[in-house]
Design a protein around this ligand. Structure first.
Ligand code: GLN
Ligand code: ZN
Length: 761
């Protein structure tokens, strides 16, 4: 008999109920009791929906972030916030304060800065980084998870608390004082022992303890920490299911099989070939939990093929086999059934969290009762799989032909940078320290309303065009008045830098409710890339052309790059990511060439998400970077020497990828730098980065208006590292989240700073 369980469930609710309740609570529109009620209802609903499982996950619900919850359970609250709460109601407010900070403006007390946020492994979920110092003291505060356990027990007889393992918890955090966080391990383990004992007191049999760092490269200190932790925790009065996910164990497989736990969960989607070696090396009483439904994508599982592979394993393992999704379902949308507008064919190929649980249940019944008992359901699954495999909406011979004829030359500029730069200088005649912006201007409520109205049919095409052109004109007029050197059209027509292109490309579909939590109350709705990508017609040319017609200054065309489109979409699982990326690259290349033909001679291709796509293991970085950079080059480099290609990346870590960044060979790269005091440019300097750089001098994430003097000082620091002739002056990122009344004075100061620098030069 195979046992079914789940590693975690989305907590946002099918209609983002949690988000709306959180935000209303923060605005003071509902009280805490109301917020708690929403949490309670969502948990109940989630558990009801999972009631066919043999073990219900508990503790996966969170009012903000599961890592922050763990910090609270361990009593590891940053000292700047820890003295603020006196009772449990105040505790939830403290929790939100650590998550979100508190500005000095909106209360009489001093400000509290928010905890740092960073990406959860290679997902688009962001967690609040635990903070450590040599003085950190852990104190068990299990009330929150105990409440959830008590609730869950009213739903199901078997519950399984889910916690982050001690070693992953330490690994995720950051030392604030230069101490070594591994020195905290002994103390931390004592607290974990107490937590596990508390679970046992509640009658808990199994605890899922997540150690996803086991799919990354670990040095001996971290491996030793894992050994030591589980040697100690094995004495606990509960059974431990050690969960690994998001990839292969590789060299950590033998370590995993030696850890004295009662069961191991393996990501059998990404590490299927490790299932047998793991089973062979585990003790013969150990539970083997296989993650056989992909928890990271939205595709239906091929159930028959899965059973072909799984049945012999089930026969061998018998009672020892557990099955589950590969990882927590946090990373997929909640319910496909809610979708009313998806094309029925495409919908029939998909599975969201609810449907993935149904698949799991079906697999369990097939294993436990025999396939004959579920023959009809298996047959309808098979039909959907075959339909997708053979659909002409997925497979476009023309695109496949184009991919096959990609040759190295395609990504190569005609001449080297020096030669191009000379031609571009002559053509554009820009001053020293040219000024520009990153693309978007404030997205006002009117702009959003206009787009919405158009979408709902309240405006016809001509009316919409006219209104958007008025917005473009406003942006151009403002930029002329500011005396910026290279202008942009302002992106008023774009809701989102990926969705905007996805909507115009063939091979993309869009859900109505396919939300996934990104952090806190923020959710994203990644477009669904289901088929071969082609571009039926030009996507941005008429807007850019219109903008250019309003000014004699150069107008910069604005596109999203293939790697960013890929990394911010749900993509196909039936071909390698690289192949999908090349298809996107060819589509963007066509757009670049159409812009060039239309007289747009400066074109920016944003690659905001290039770094995000790096694999978890460093040993796999280069192969990703190779195809990612090649995709960018294919999209960008088919232009004439006089055409100036810009790229933009709004992050500030280039140390380990600088060579690939240089290989992109963009004429100008604009990056986020204002908060790093230009130190980020050191790596560009040491690498002798050859092309132009626009280090951001204006932090667009805050409403603060940088002064001319601040920006001059920053650029002077930049000029110590990069020759002034190769420097541009620009903000860190796009301005769409700012207001005009912030943007205008800030850009006035920025342009004045550039002029002052020119005077001094
Ligand atoms: N061109 C985009 C903008 O200005 C870039 C956004 C981004 O890098 N995230 O909004
Ligand atoms: Zn940016």
């Amino acid at each position: 008999m195979a046992t079914t369980h789940n590693l975690g469930f989305p907590r946002i609710g099918a209609q983002r109920e949690l988000k709306f309740a959180q935000e209303r609570y923060w605005r003071g529109e509902i009280d805490q009791a109301e917020l708690l009620k929403t949490g309670h209802q969502l948990r109940s609903l989630n558990w009801q929906r999972q009631s066919t499982l043999d073990y219900l996950p508990v503790g996966d619900f969170s009012f903000y972030d599961q890592v922050l919850d763990m910090s609270f359970t361990l009593g590891n609250i940053p000292s700047r916030a820890s003295n603020l709460h006196t009772d449990s109601a105040a505790e939830l407010d403290t929790y939100f304060r650590v998550a979100r900070g508190r500005s000095a403006h909106d209360s009489a007390c001093s400000g509290i800065h928010a905890g740092e946020m960073t990406k959860w492994f290679d997902t688009n979920y962001h967690y609040i980084v635990p903070e450590f110092t040599h003085e950190t003291v852990f104190t068990l505060k299990p009330e929150n998870v105990l409440t959830q356990i008590a609730e869950a027990k009213t739903h199901h007889k078997n519950i399984k608390p889910v916690i982050i393992g001690p070693v992953t918890y330490l690994w995720l955090g950051k030392e604030k004082d230069g101490s070594n966080k591994l020195d905290l391990l002994d103390q931390l383990l004592t607290t974990y022992q107490a937590l596990l004992a508390t679970f046992a007191d509640q009658g808990v049999e199994w605890v899922q303890i997540d150690e996803p760092i086991l799919v990354t490269e670990l040095d001996k200190h971290w491996k030793n920490a894992l050994r030591k932790s589980y040697d100690l925790l094995q004495e606990s009065p509960v059974k431990l299911l050690l969960a690994t996910y998001f990839g292969e164990l590789k060299e950590n497989l033998s370590l995993v099989s030696q850890l004295p736990v009662d069961g191991v969960h393996l990501d059998a989607i990404n590490a299927r070939h490790e299932v047998e070696p793991l089973i062979d090396s585990l003790p013969n009483h150990s539970v083997v939990s296989l993650g056989i439904i992909n928890g990271r994508n939205i595709w239906k599982t091929d159930l028959s093929t899965t059973l072909d592979w799984l049945e012999p394993i089930a026969a061998t393992l018998a009672e020892r086999l557990w099955i589950a999704p590969s990882c927590s379902l946090l990373h997929v949308p909640v319910d496909l059934e809610a979708e009313q507008q998806l094309d029925p064919d495409i919908k029939s190929w998909l599975a969201f969290a609810y449907q993935k649980l149904d698949e799991l249940d079906l697999l369990a019944r097939a294993l436990n009762l025999g396939r004959a008992k579920v023959a009809d359901e298996l047959e309808s699954n098979r039909q959907a799989i075959v339909n997708r495999q053979t659909s002409s909406r997925v497979h476009n011979p023309q695109v496949q032909h184009a991919i096959a004829s990609i040759y190295p030359h395609l990504g190569q500029r005609k001449s080297d940078f020096e030669h191009r730069a000379a031609l571009q200088r002559a053509k554009f005649n820009l001053p020293l320290y040219p000024t520009t912006t990153i693309g978007s201007f404030p997205q006002t409520t009117e702009i959003r309303a206009t787009r919405q109205q158009f979408k709902k049919g309240g405006l016809n095409e001509a009316e919409y065009t006219q209104q958007m052109q008025a917005e473009i004109k406003r942006a151009v007029d403002e930029q002329e008045a500011l005396d910026l050197d290279v202008l942009v059209h302002g992106e008023a027509e774009r809701n989102d830098m990926v969705e905007y292109f996805g909507e115009q490309l063939q091979g993309y579909a869009f859900s109505q409710y396919g939300w996934v939590q990104s952090y806190g109350s923020r959710c994203v709705k990644p477009p669904i890339l289901f088929g071969d990508i082609s571009r039926p017609k030009a996507m941005t040319v008429h807007w850019t052309q219109y903008a250019q017609s309003l000014t004699n200054k150069p107008m910069k065309g604005m596109l999203t790059g293939p790697v960013t489109i890929l990394n911010w979409s749900f993509v196909r699982d039936d071909q390698p990511r690289s192949r999908t990326c090349y298809q996107l690259a060819l589509a963007i290349r066509e757009e670049v060439q159409d812009l060039e033909k239309a007289g747009v001679n400066i074109i920016q291709i944003d690659e905001a998400a290039l770094r995000e796509g790096l694999p978890l293991r460093k040993s796999q970085w280069q192969s990703y970077l190779d195809w990612a950079v090649e995709s960018f080059r294919i999209s960008a480099n088919g232009v004439n020497d006089e055409t100036q290609i810009h790229t933009h990346m709004c992050y500030s870590e280039f140390n380990d990828i600088i060579e690939s960044i240089a290989n992109m060979d963009a004429d100008v790269i604009t990056i986020e730098t204002s908060r790093s005091d230009m130190e980020l440019l050191d790596v560009f300097e040491h690498f002798n980065y050859p092309n132009d750089i626009g280090p951001g001098v204006y932090d667009i994430h805050t409403p603060n208006i940088p002064s001319q003097a601040q920006m001059v000082a920053l650029m002077e620091k930049a000029a110590c590292r990069i020759p002034a002739e190769r420097l541009w002056v620009n903000p860190d990122c796009g301005l769409k989240t700012r207001q005009w009344k912030e943007v205008i004075p800030a850009l006035e100061n920025m342009v004045a700073a550039a002029k002052a620098l020119r005077q001094k030069a």
